[in-house]
Each structure stands twice: as C-alpha cells, then as structure tokens.
Design a binder for this molecule. Sequence first.
Ligand code: CMC
Length: 428
Amino acid sequence: MSDRKVSISDPQTGKQIDCDVFEATHGSPAIDISKIHAGTGCYTYDPGYGMTASCRSKITFIDGAKGELLHRGYSIEDLTENSSYLEVCYLLLNGELPSDQGLTEFEGIIRNHTMVHENIRSFFDGFRYDAHPMAMLSTTVAALASFYHDSTDVNNPEHRKITAHRLIAKMPTLAAMCYKFHRGQPFMYPQNNLGYVENFLHMMFGVPAEEYVPSPTAVKALETMLILHADHEQNASTSTVRLAGSSGANPFASISAGIASLWGPAHGGANEAVMNMLDAIVESGESIESTIARAKDKNDPFRLMGFGHRVYKNFDPRARCIEKICHDLLNELGGDQPLFELARELEQKTLADDYFQERKLYPNVDFYSGIIMRALGIPMNMFTVMFAMARTVGWIAHWSEMHEDPEFRIGRPRQLYVGAARRPYPSK
Ligand code: CMC
C-alpha cells in the first residue's frame, strides 16, 4: 500500500482502477499494475520491458540522464578509485563494504574455492578445436551443478551463499581453461598465494615451463575492468538469470542462461563487435565520415558499435573510467595506439554529429574495453568471457536478492495475441 495513487480509466467501458505508486530511493517511482487486468480487463504492453520495473532491488542504481552508476549507494568512480574487485563483490553481495578483517576473510573464502573438479577437464575434450569460448563457458558453468548436489537448495540461505562464493571463485579458472583449450596449451591450476586478478592472469598467460609475472599496470587495468562490469541492474542477462532462477532452477543453470544472454552483440558481444568495426575501418581505408554516414542511413543495417544505450542517455560513466585506463595502459604496454587514436577520432566526430546528439547516443563501456583487452593480450573471442567473469557477482547478487524477496514469484509475462482467430480444422 502507498499514499500516492494513479487512476487508470477506460472511457470505452467506464472501468477505472486506482493503482498504488511505490516511491524509489532515487529515480522514477513505479505504478503497481498488478491489479490492472482485474480492474480494466487489459494487460499492459511494453515490448523490451523498457517501462516496467520487474522487481524491487537494493543493489545498483543508474541515472541514465545524469550518467550516474551507484552500487549499494557508492559511485562507480569512487569504487574504481578506492576498492579492489573482491571488495566490490563483497559490497554487491552483502550491502556494505567489508571491514579490513571482513575483506581478508572473504578473500580467503574465495581462494578456497578456486579449483574446479578434475572431471571438468573431460568436458573440454568434447569440444571441437575451434569452439567459441562462450559456448564452453556456458556449458561448463551449467555442468558445475552436477558436482554440488549438497548445496543447490535455492531456499537455503547458506546454500545460496556458498554457491555465490563458488561461482565468483571458479569463474576465472573456467574462463582461463576456455582460453587454454583454444591455444592448445595445458590448463594451469590456480595459485592461491596470488590475488584474484593476478591468479587469473597466471592461469591465462602462465605456462608450466616458465614463471609468469604480470605487469602491475595490467593488473590494475584488469581490476578496474572487472569492477566496471560487476553489475548493471536489470539488463538483459541479469533479467535472464532472474527469470530462469524464478522457476527454482539451480543457480549454475541460471547463471549459464545469463551467459547465453550476454553473448549477443547487442549486449556483452558489443566489445567484440567494436573491435571488428574498428579493424574493418582500418583494413578498408573507409573514412570516418563515411562510416558515420552508413550508421545514420536507415536503409543500411550497420550501427556504430559501442554507441548508444537503453538506459544511458548521457555519457556512460564506465566509458569515462575506461578511457582513462586505456591511456595509461597503452602508454606503458604499447598496444594498438593507432586503433585507440581512430576510436577517439570516431568518438569526437560522432559526438559532434546532429543525428547522434538528437538521439542521445554516447559511447558506452564497450567502446574502449576491447582496446584495453587487446592491449592485455586477450583475444577477441574471449572478450565476452571476460565480461561474464566480471558480471557473475552481479548475476548471483540479483539471484540471491530475488530469493530473499517476499514478493518473489515465478516470472511469467503476458502477451498481446495477434495471430489467427479460432478456426475450424480443414476437413481431409
Ligand atoms: N548507431 C546508429 N544509430 C543508432 C545506434 C547506433 N549504435 N544506436 C541507436 N541508434 C538509433 C536507432 O536507429 C534509433 O533511431 P530512430 O529513432 O531514428 O529509429 C534510435 O537511435 C534509438 O535506438 P533504439 O534501437 O530504439 O535504442 P535501444 O535502446 O533499443 O538500443 C542499443 C540500445 C544499445 C541496443 C543500441 O544503441 C545499439 O544497438 N548500439 C550498438 C550496440 C552496442 O554498443 N551495444 C552495447 C550496449 S552497452 C553494453 C551493455 O550494457 O550490455
């Protein structure tokens, strides 16, 4: 119940219903339409759920107009400046930043779970030599469910907690295995004396034959990338995890569904699409002006990858943070400086263009993240895997929140049926 009401009336039938309005801490309030069908006989129609709040959440807030991103109330700028990725994981899962002792304990718990069951290796034997790492990741994450029968009771808070820790800990191990399979190199076991990011780089780029020591700039850049991708409220993959999990499906299967959703080029696959686009511009020698003209041409399906966002109608704050680390990383490690310059020129010319200004299309997080990953030596087909690794904490935090919510019920959207009317079956 709330004090504020909105009336929805249908002049044709004369039916009217008063709907509660629920206030938000920040951002738009939401009209409770759960009784709308009973009151008016109508459903609401909202393709892509752009105007529908599907849940109450305390995890992340985005102000798309201001270009603001908050996790549990803390700005993404403050978090990237002051926190480690595991600190942000703790915050997303628990609602508060950890004390020093709490963080040490949490790091220890995550460290305890970094290994995967030895039989997971056999799954990789079944993949073709050129399998996409996202296909391998979604499969092996789903397969984890078959190893933890003791802790997949979704109604048990302790089970939910250990599953969250397992997923955060094992995701870098699985991600690195996907890469190693592709390279034909031996899988590297985790080394638990290393930090979360160093350990991942060790499993990715280390080989048994020699010691691998990552550059501190690379570690810092990757740590920042993980924080920037850790959560983004009810995006497609997170909503997929919630919807899959709403049936009571086990968390590994639900996260695997989220990975599948993330794979699409309009979501997590966009950074790969950005690099393909920039490479194609370099290879073809096409001018930036002509590239922009193609993006604006309604008869051409081409869109500028890395531009536009469903929620941000101003700068994506993650893109600003990333642009800065892009500079630092390219200065130290070299990397693809000409591609970075091309990206900057494309960005500047696009921002000055009326079409993009009118539609409020700004660079999003993916516009620069591909350049950073390339500088780190991460191949393009692993980009979305990196995103999945970072986002796992967001997915599992939302999945846990859903199971704690007293209003939680299975997700079951309605539809506006516009198919054939009932008709007789043709006689034979
Ligand atoms: N290039 C050219 N035109 C665009 C672009 C673009 N990248 N994005 C949107 N538009 C135009 C679109 O054609 C439409 O024009 P009009 O009003 O004349 O028909 C208008 O802008 C609104 O676009 P929309 O498709 O209704 O917007 P949306 O909110 O449904 O789509 C989007 C958001 C991100 C899918 C879209 O902007 C896009 O396809 N961008 C390129 C892919 C990309 O970078 N995706 C990464 C998203 S951020 C990562 C994440 O959080 O997962």
